[in-house]
Design a protein around this ligand. Structure first.
Ligand code: MOS
Length: 750
């Protein structure tokens, strides 16, 4: 497809077309759906994290007011596992269907589900179900992984040269362990399912970042053909990866609807969100860096271990970015899993890269200090000419410019490197920075564009808008191709019965849907031209299709603007309501022999203020420069990066899920005790996009934004904290007590 260099709508800041629906409260989220005869389900959650159910007594609960049914292993009916798969089909976090056996593997595992007339009745009855257990000692522990790292058998993820020899011969070296606690996804919208069963077909209103996969999984698990399941997610109150794949509650709701022949709603409580719908796992990473005195890296080794659940193998993939970020002849990345009595971890915004870059970029800062070198210069010095892990070129990489533009905007030249040496208004300043990257990709997408007689257009794609602006960007792409204004374009998403679209994960939707939608719009245009040359009464009747063109919503002879006829007029003459075009674009993801390395890049600069007298630490300023291809709509793109930066403040300073060592329960399971960054914690954020189109990825050159904004932030902040205080926090989050006991956290440096 031709490169698009000029456009009246692409790259233009465009307000969200779904904004009015959202601010007026009329956008329908999953749990907003109501149906006559709707019943409410509330799960019964295990109160141990390791053991077996000895006895389940539902008799009392069944007699309570409003209770319609209590389901458990013996009466829920048949539920199946999904077969193993590859690619983006049939993906599920927990392979075990709910209630499959009596073994408890994590706190909060569903052991039964109550259905009642009201949600209060269902909850009260669920709390009255008596469960006795044969308990065993859980392993969720204080020290989840321990130090040194413990795992059965680490896998080699990437390797080149002789890293062991280079580390032994190192003239300057860093060797340190970095830890990330369990972080819990806390989108404002709770996970929810409203299941409707008509005796044959399931219509499932879900909180899903991937309706097509969700449908396929549910069909398998319910044991029905895919055409008997439809999954709908028109709007999502975000997900951050937690809503990418189906969780057991959705299957419980569908099974209850099947068993009762009535619609059933199940909303996961905030407390349950900490138990049974995923989290970023606890991760330990050891980073070893070797360098010449001039800063040239000679070896990089990263060994990570993340926890996973007892039955499922979640690999955080912390070494995703390490192999290509810097030039080094010797490199080794290993990864391993440690099983714990926790619910299964899952992707959380920037999975792999975000924790991986916290470790790698912290170590790079430590190396810069060991070398007495400026940390920006150290990165510039080690900029690779190609992706050295695969020996292929980068599609479009402007890391150096991210670093230099960021340094310029931040005022980095004024930085004095001595600890605590910078002051402003009586506060000690700390300045830190980090580089970052995130995988770019296109995944298979199908889309349909219709041009209608009323002058409007409709675009349909089985993807979803999780809050990032997909509705609007898709309208812009159609508008660009057809000349129809954005406000006359109806975007239809979030329904598995539409042409299969991409998952809303990996920040890949924009890059994936762009070629499909452009192609579909072009095909719709061709269908319109066909109508123009074939229809009686058309001024173009009998002309050749290739002599016509569609410009600004009008049909004309190529280059002859004066005789242009509006699209709607052609359709009226042809007496048809609409013409349509469909297109399917292919994916780049998972290519066994990729020819180019597709990634986005960025540089993060952070300022903290520190008041040792009252132990007050604040993140005051962040400058972020992002190279994510062409930015199709700067408004939501900026919004994505700003949100990600705020999440990075949470990751660095606050977020940590704590488990009770006796029961294995996540104990800070609410938004009072699990601290997320709020407005008051939000620093001044300066977002810059370099805006270099990546035409190898698609005709518009878009790579997509979202996760890249979080990558590197935590390391930039902890490096700033070091600069202000002299204390290197390698164990997130930064706690005030870390800063009061200088020796405790800075002892690992070799
Ligand atoms: Mo994102 S963690 O790929 O939804």
């Amino acid at each position: 497809m031709d490169q698009v260099t000029e456009s009246k709508v692409i790259g233009v800041s465009t307000p969200r077309i779904d904004g009015p629906l959202k601010v007026s409260g009329s956008a329908m989220y999953a749990s907003d759906h109501h149906f006559p005869g709707l019943l409410y389900a509330w799960p019964v959650c295990a109160t141990i994290s390791n053991g077996k159910i000895a006895h389940l007594d539902t008799a009392g609960a069944e007699k309570m007011p409003g209770v319609v049914a209590v389901y458990h292993r013996e009466n829920i009916g048949k539920l199946y596992r999904v077969p193993p798969s590859s690619g983006f089909t049939l993906i599920i976090d927990e392979k075990r269907p709910p209630l499959e056996d009596d073994t408890i593997r994590y706190y909060g595992q569903y052991v039964a589900v109550v259905v009642a007339q009201t949600v209060e009745q269902a909850r009260a009855a669920a709390e009255s179900v008596r469960v006795t257990y044969n308990k065993e000692k859980p392993d969720t522990g204080e020290k989840l992984l321990g130090t040194p790292l413990t795992t059965d058998k680490p896998d080699e993820k990437s390797k080149r040269g002789d890293t062991a020899a280079a580390l032994t011969a190192a003239r300057v070296k860093v060797d340190a362990v970095y830890k990330i606690p369990v972080e819990t996804h806390n989108p404002i919208e709770l996970h929810a399912s409203v299941a409707v069963f008509d005796g044959k077909k399931y219509t499932l209103y879900e909180t899903s970042q991937a309706v097509v996969n969700h449908r396929d999984v549910m069909a398998q698990m319910l044991g029905v053909p895919t055409e008997q399941v439809q999954v709908i997610t028109r709007f999502l109150g975000s997900g951050f990866g937690g809503k990418l794949w189906p969780w057991p509650h959705g299957l419980l709701a569908a099974a209850c609807a099947r068993n009762l022949g009535r619609p059933v709603k199940l909303v996961v409580s905030r407390q349950m969100m900490f138990q049974s719908v995923g989290h970023r796992p606890a991760i330990d990473q050891r980073i070893q860096l070797a360098a010449e005195p001039d800063g040239k890296l000679t070896a990089v080794q990263q060994d990570y271990v993340n926890h996973t659940s007892m039955l499922d193998d979640y690999d955080e993939g912390c070494g995703e970015i390490t192999p290509f970020l810097y030039s080094t002849p010797n490199l080794l990345v290993t990864g391993g899993l440690a099983r714990r009595n926790v619910g299964n971890p899952t992707a959380m915004r920037g999975p792999g890269a975000v924790p991986g870059l916290f470790a790698l970029e912290s170590a790079m800062d430590e190396l810069a200090i060991a070398l007495k070198m400026d940390p920006v210069q150290l990165r510039l010095k080690n900029e690779p000419a190609l992706d050295e892990s695969l020996n292929i070129p980068f599609s479009s990489r402007h890391m150096k410019e991210c670093l230099t533009v960021g340094a310029e905007k931040f005022g980095w030249a004024k930085r004095t490197p001595e600890i605590g040496s910078m002051k402003r208004d009586g506060l000690t300043l700390g300045w830190g920075m980090a580089a970052c990257s995130w995988l770019a990709a296109r995944i298979e997408t199908e889309a349909t564009v219709e041009l209608l007689q009323d002058g409007s257009a409709r675009v349909a794609c089985g993807t979803q808008d999780i809050g990032g602006g997909t509705y609007t960007v898709m309208a812009q792409v159609v508008s660009h191709e057809t000349g129809i204004p954005v406000n006359r374009i109806d975007v239809v998403l979030g329904d598995s019965s539409l042409p299969p679209g991409p998952i809303s994960g990996g920040s890949w939707v924009t890059a994936s849907m762009t070629p499909a939608v452009l192609g579909a719009a072009q095909n719709a245009g061709k269908a319109l031209l066909l109508a123009a040359i074939k229809s009686d009464g058309s001024p173009f009747k009998g002309k050749k299709q290739e002599d016509l063109e569609l410009v600004n919503g009008t049909v004309r002879l190529k280059g002859q603007g004066q005789d242009a006829v509006p699209m709607a007029e052609i359709l009226r003459i042809a007496k048809v309501n609409s013409v349509s075009g469909t297109n399917k674009s292919d994916g780049t993801f998972g290519a066994s022999k990729p020819k180019v390395s597709f990634h986005s890049y960025g540089a993060q600069f952070a300022e903290v203020t520190w008041q040792p007298e009252i132990a007050r630490l604040r993140v005051s300023r962040v400058v972020t420069v992002i190279d994510a291809g062409r930015i199709l709509n700067p408004r939501p793109a900026r919004n994505q990066i700003e949100g990600a930066v705020v999440m990075g403040v949470g990751m660095a300073m606050f977020e940590e899920t704590m488990y009770d060592a006796r029961s294995g329960a996540p104990i800070n399971n609410n938004l009072a005790d699990y601290v997320v960054a709020v407005n008051a914690d939000t620093p001044d954020i300066d977002v810059t996009f370099l805006d270099y189109p990546d035409y190898q990825l698609n005709a518009l050159g878009a790579r997509g934004v979202g996760e890249i904004g979080l990558a590197g932030i935590a390391a930039a902040i902890t490096s700033a904290v070091y600069h202000a205080t002299g204390i290197r926090v390698r164990d997130l989050p930064v706690r005030i007590e870390d800063l009061l006991v200088p020796a405790s956290k800075s002892a690992h440096l070799a």
